[in-house]
Design a binder for this molecule. Structure first.
Ligand SMILES: C[S@@+](CC[C@H](N)C(=O)[O-])C[C@H]1O[C@@H](n2cnc3c(N)ncnc32)[C@H](O)[C@@H]1O
Length: 300
């Protein structure tokens, strides 16, 4: 927990000098961010965070930083909270990021699941979806897979969430700069896009409707998705400290069916975080994980 911020010798006059974010204030802000989002901001990110906050809140925003912190503490659904989230989250993503994973999804994971289950619906969750490129990449692959005779009668539910309300809004719109689409989307999948205005392409409506986007903070113990067959939780755990990663991992395990698959970011591994051996690595063309059948005491 962070203190009330009124101590520590940060006087109003010192704070307003040059309107810089004082290191003491940044330390308070870091604690608040970690508490609310699990994101552990490195001290070296001070300048960048300050720059982004200034841009969001206006030039004079840091004059009364104490008031800003008070507003942040007053609740999680405030404008200030969402502005902070937008200022501190790294949203970097792209269509078919780590493309080999999508090949494995289409040619191994989905066919195996189809073989192994008698259910006619599968569920996939993109758990930190940013502006939607990951979820739509999954949706394109799934759509092509569902068109094969073997998958007749099958449906796949795709859920996608992120803590940042702004990126979720953008994801729902499915509107992307044309150069980005042309660079990252394999030719076969360009048919899922329509050029809607000069320089902008939109994911076609049918595919957009396949994905249900919502805001969700992985910090919350309540798990919004259950009985998932596959989870993509890529390039987000790296921003958390080891204990927070372990907690999130337990939640992801609870969200998955036994035997469900977990994809992490390129170069991310569970390593020592998975102390409870909730997941088994599957090493092939790419590394991904399979949820073990057991449950963990005290997880949540
Ligand atoms: C670098 S992007 C990764 C996007 C995508 N998964 C990919 O690999 O391309 C990280 C995303 O994690 C989200 N994020 C950070 N902390 C989160 C949390 N506690 N709960 C949910 N999402 C979070 C950020 O908002 C951001 O959109």
């Amino acid at each position: 927990m962070i203190g009330n911020g009124r101590t520590g010798g940060i006087t109003a006059s010192a704070r307003s000098q040059g309107e810089q974010l004082l290191i003491e204030d940044f330390i308070l802000l870091r604690s608040l961010v970690r508490e609310r989002t699990l994101i552990s901001l490195p001290l070296s990110s001070k300048k960048q965070v300050e720059f982004r906050l200034r841009k969001k809140l206006g030039e004079n925003s840091l004059k009364d930083f104490q008031r800003y912190l008070d507003l942040l503490r007053s609740g999680e659904e405030t404008e200030e909270y969402y502005q902070l989230i937008d200022a501190v989250t790294i949203k970097e993503t792209r269509f078919f990021r780590n493309e080999k994973q999508f090949v494995v999804l289409e040619t191994e994971v989905l066919p195996e699941l189809l073989q192994a289950t008698e259910r006619s619906t599968l569920r996939i969750w993109s758990a930190a979806c940013s502006t939607g490129e990951e979820a739509y990449s999954i949706a394109m692959v799934v759509d092509r897979f569902l068109a094969t005779p073997a998958a007749r009668g099958m449906t796949v539910e795709i859920l996608a969430s992120d803590l940042n309300r702004e990126v979720v809004h953008r994801a729902v719109q499915g509107l992307y700069p044309k150069p980005q689409v042309m660079k990252d989307v394999p030719r076969d999948f360009l048919r899922y896009f329509q050029e809607v205005s000069e320089g902008w392409m939109q994911v076609e409506e049918g595919l957009r409707r396949r994905v249900t986007f919502f805001t969700h903070n992985l910090r919350h113990p309540a798990i919004p998705v259950r009985e998932a067959d596959i989870i993509f939780c890529r390039n987000v755990l790296i921003y958390f400290e080891p204990e927070a990663r372990r907690q999130v991992l337990q939640r992801l395990h609870k969200a998955l069916r036994p035997g469900g698959k977990l994809f992490l970011g390129d170069g991310e591994t569970l390593g020592t975080i998975d102390r409870d051996r909730l997941f088994e690595p599957i090493i092939g063309k790419v590394l991904y994980y399979q949820a073990s059948a057991g449950d963990v005491a005290g997880s949540g």
